[in-house]
Design a protein around this ligand. Structure first.
Ligand SMILES: [Zn+2]
Length: 74
């Protein structure tokens, strides 16, 4: 399961793993394409390095919308 914040409805949605359309591994992050209950596909970026960069930015800039969390352990 994956907890996402839908940018359309701005609500937290718990989606099943099978709703994850694709996972793309980038050097700095992992992009998750998630089929949302609202009907759209949203892209979420996650990963340790991405979180580290975000953490550094948080000190000087307003915190952006909460990113998708890591997949829960099976
Ligand atoms: Zn949505």
């Amino acid at each position: 399961m994956l907890l996402i914040t839908c940018p359309v409805t701005r609500s937290d949605e718990l989606v099943a793993d099978r709703r994850i359309r694709s996972v793309v591994n980038h050097p700095t992050h992992i992009a998750l394409h998630v089929e949302c209950p609202c009907g759209a596909v949203h892209v979420y970026r996650t990963g340790r390095r991405w979180d580290a960069v975000r953490g550094q930015r948080a000190a000087s800039a307003a915190a952006p919308a909460r990113a998708a969390r890591e997949l829960a352990p099976a």
